[in-house]
Write a new protein. Sequence first.
Length: 120
Amino acid sequence: MGRLTEHFTRKELECRCGCGTCYVSPQALSKLETLRRLARRPIFINSACRCPAHNARVGGAPLSQHRSTTTRPATAFDISLRNFHKGELIRLAIQAGFKGIGQNYKTFVHVDDRHYYARW
Ligand SMILES: [Zn+2]
Ligand SMILES: [Zn+2]
């Protein structure tokens, strides 16, 4: 169980179906570490990488930023709200450089490292 960054292990970021897929964009990982540093508390990831089959099963968009293949890394993290108020987490995520923010979920906020601002 390798540590991918100072605060996150492979186990936390790999596909939840058990397939072992775990290709995350290095730039997205570095922003996740920045977010962790700004937050100064543990960050729980509900979902990061998804293999194409699992992405389809959970109803992810076909070109979801969570989708991870050998040629295309995931750039998205669904961050649990168990340690954050939603507004605070969104503010910190933007500060960390994430441009894609999905806020209409009960238990998590989706953040991703797309190249244009998008909020839903
Ligand atoms: Zn999988
Ligand atoms: Zn998401």
